[in-house]
Design a protein around this ligand. Structure first.
Ligand code: MV4
Length: 673
């Protein structure tokens, strides 16, 4: 077994490989770009070497540099993870030439699977079922048209060199074929430099079901059952699960045997995935083979109790597969959700920023492959920590959230619960979208196909619902508590600064101004009571009291109910996590900027018509920024006018009881030099 390996990747997969290496007593070398100098994967490896500038082409894709670092650090093998160089045949060969073990398949197997049509020909010879169609070398238009007519419409045209959905055209009738073919060829030549196309029967409402295969260097090749990855968006997987709902033992064996045949047809070694496209009736057809460890491999680990990275290391070191086919059994059900820094409400645009706050679900300590006999119920594979920035140079994945249950129903419940506990502040994430997806009827009922998301946009992208009273109450209590803490800190003992809302002969009613992300405004009126407040909003009133507070976690009584939640402030923005939801409220202090404009000569003016109810400063008094100076009553609420800067009160222009007009200067104020 290797004593040291270099991990030629970053983010969660680099951390995940390092976890297994550490478990096996293998030392690890990380490589990193300048943008990743403080990244988690650098911290979790034994050694780390800078590759170069942030762009992948100058760092993680520089195979020569990586090989040189491996040799210089005494690593015997290189684990490529997924993406980057993981399916680069030239890199695999360069490793071998340098005397390094590439932890992956032989370069020849990568090449055999690199071309769609070549892969299909191989599969046909191996007896693996293909979608009815034509994938030969004859490309003359009228010949292809006759083939399409034979296949029967709708027909799908695909660029042979294409992938990930690029270069595909659905043709509904013979009349539309010629133009579709020309258009498909144009895209193929411009995107892939090769205009060879294939034509297939178009499957309506297909499912994406893939088989995990593993082969060693002793002639053993087995499958570790299937994963259903049908829930995708623009050919990016969103949710994955194992086993596939509705799979029968007979079909599982047939797909597994076909996948093993595919792997053996190309002399495969290591972890691989054979992707099938399946009809709703279960009939399945070969799509492509991925010659790397997939992102979604943990769901397979959870239901089989295996550690596939450990298998990769052992097989690469020449050991036989750790298990035989008849030793593998499916236990329970696992789901994986990909947590991304992207904004579903803005077309899933990547949301670059800093993870000011990151709370992950109560993950059972991630035991790679689960503790013997019992998989970890919740697993978080992440490459970032609270305070890290999500780099614009790479895939904006934050983590993979994987849950296991005795059955799909329990796994679904655990996933929904875990997503409720996932708190991200500082950038937009897709957690709320994932939760709506997991809880949608279509997914919960396993009504799966690659169009699930598109078919459920009304549920999944529901207009941001208005913020519930409970969330408003939590935000308001957090704001008021914060003010109290701040007031106690700045003017301890000064009764005017206690922000307790006490008023002589009257109850102090205060209107707060919040705005949600949908631009909705909320103006809850908080009337201070001896032990709490009365919250009035949109015609309803309810008593509110703070029951308990532990840092950012609050328990609040709301009428007869009690509400629990976490409120995290990010400037004037309140992130309220309660009841499984995440609500974002921007607080707008109507007077936050009163008197700030130098245009009125430093005078503080009435923000609206009203009456002066208290004068807290005197002429010639030096005051600090934020110190209350005048309180006026307007629109049935009181407004405190505070010093905009450190300075001196030169003149008080009104007395208690005076009526003042909107914009009337209340006092003359001189900012300290
Ligand atoms: C198909 C298909 C329907 N009929 N082939 C998309 C990219 C590549 N993975 C193959 N893909 C498809 N091939 C036939 N004959 C529908 C898709 C497809 C798809 C397949 C799997 C997972 C997600 C998909 C999303 C859109 C279309």
């Amino acid at each position: 077994m290797f004593k040291k390996i270099l991990i030629a990747n970053r983010g969660e997969i680099a951390c995940r490989v390092a976890a297994t290496a550490r478990k096996m007593g293998i030392r690890t070398v990380a490589v990193y770009s300048e943008a990743d100098a403080n990244a988690k994967h650098v911290a979790v490896c034994d050694e780390a070497v800078l590759l170069g500038p942030a762009p992948a082409k100058e760092s993680y894709l520089c195979g020569d540099k990586i090989i040189a670092i491996a040799l210089a650090t005494g690593a015997q093998a290189i684990h490529p993870g997924y993406g980057f160089l993981s399916e680069n045949a030239e890199f695999a060969e360069a490793c071998a030439e340098a005397g390094l073990v590439f932890i992956g398949p032989p370069a020849a197997a990568m090449r055999a699977m690199g071309s769609k049509s070549a892969a299909k020909s191989l599969m046909e010879k191996a007896g693996v079922p293909l979608v009815p169609g034509y994938h030969g070398d004859e490309q003359e238009a009228t010949f292809l048209q006759r083939e399409a007519d034979r296949i029967g419409y709708p027909v799908l045209l695909k660029a042979s060199a294409g992938g990930g959905g690029k270069g595909m055209r659905v043709v509904d009738s013979a009349a539309a074929f010629a133009e579709a073919l020309a258009s498909c060829k144009r895209e193929a030549i411009s995107s892939f430099g090769d205009d060879k196309v294939l034509a297939e029967k178009y499957l309506q409402r297909p499912r994406h079901i893939e088989i995990q295969v593993f082969a060693d260097t002793h002639g053993n090749c087995i499958y570790l059952f299937e994963r259903d990855c049908s829930v995708q968006r623009r050919h990016q997987k969103v949710l994955e699960e194992a086993p596939a709902p509705g799979m029968t033992d007979a079909r599982r064996a047939a797909m597994g045997d076909a996948a093993v045949a595919a792997a053996q047809a190309v002399g495969y070694v290591g972890a691989g995935t054979v992707e099938f496209i399946a009809n709703q009736d279960g009939s399945f057809y070969f799509m492509e083979m991925n010659t790397r460890l997939q992102v979604e491999h943990p769901v397979t680990e959870m239901i089989t109790g295996t550690d596939l990275v450990e298998w990769q290391l052992r097989v690469a070191a020449g050991e036989p597969l750790p298990k035989r086919q008849d030793e593998l059994k499916i236990r329970g059900h696992a789901l994986e959700a990909r947590i991304y820094a992207e904004n579903p409400d803005k077309g899933f645009l990547p949301s670059i920023g800093t993870l000011r706050h990151l709370d992950t679900p109560d993950a059972v300590q991630f035991e790679v492959g689960g503790t013997p006999g019992q998989p970890a119920a919740v697993r978080v594979d992440s490459g970032v920590r609270e305070g890290d920035a999500i780099s614009p140079f790479y895939d904006p994945m934050i983590a993979k959230l994987i849950v296991w249950g005795a059955d799909r129903k329990q796994a679904l419940a655990r996933m929904a619960q875990a997503l409720s506990q996932y708190q991200i502040v500082g950038l937009a994430g897709n957690v709320a979208f994932l939760k709506r997806l997991v809880e949608s009827a279509a997914f919960a009922d396993a009504d799966l196909d690659t169009g699930l998301i598109e078919r459920n946009v009304d549920v999944l992208f529901a207009p941001a619902r208005s913020v519930p009273v409970a969330a408003l109450a939590l935000a308001a209590v957090a704001l008021i508590e914060h003010e109290k803490t701040r007031a106690r800190g700045t003017n301890a003992g000064d009764p005017w600064s206690q922000a307790l809302g006490w008023r002589l002969n009257s109850r102090y009613a205060r209107t707060l101004a919040f705005r949600d992300e949908g631009g909705r405004n909320y103006a809850p009126v908080f009337t201070y009571l001896p032990h709490g407040w009365e919250l009035s909003i949109e015609g309803m009133s309810v008593d509110v009291a703070l029951l308990a507070r532990d840092g950012v976690d609050l328990s609040v009584r709301l009428g007869d109910a009690s509400v629990h939640g976490t409120v995290r402030r990010d400037g004037d923005t309140f992130h309220v996590f309660t009841g499984g939801g995440h609500y974002v409220l921007h607080h707008e202090d109507p007077l936050a900027h009163a008197g700030e404009s130098e245009a009125d000569g430093g005078r503080l003016t009435a923000p609206m018509p009203g009456k002066v109810v208290a004068v807290l400063a005197s002429r010639g008094q030096d005051v600090r920024k934020g110190e209350p100076l005048v309180i006026m009553e307007a629109m049935k609420m009181e407004h405190t006018i505070a010093a905009p800067h450190d300075g001196t009160v030169d003149e008080i222009l009104y007395a208690v009881g005076d009526q003042v007009a909107d914009g009337a200067p209340l006092l003359a104020f001189r900012t300290a030099a």
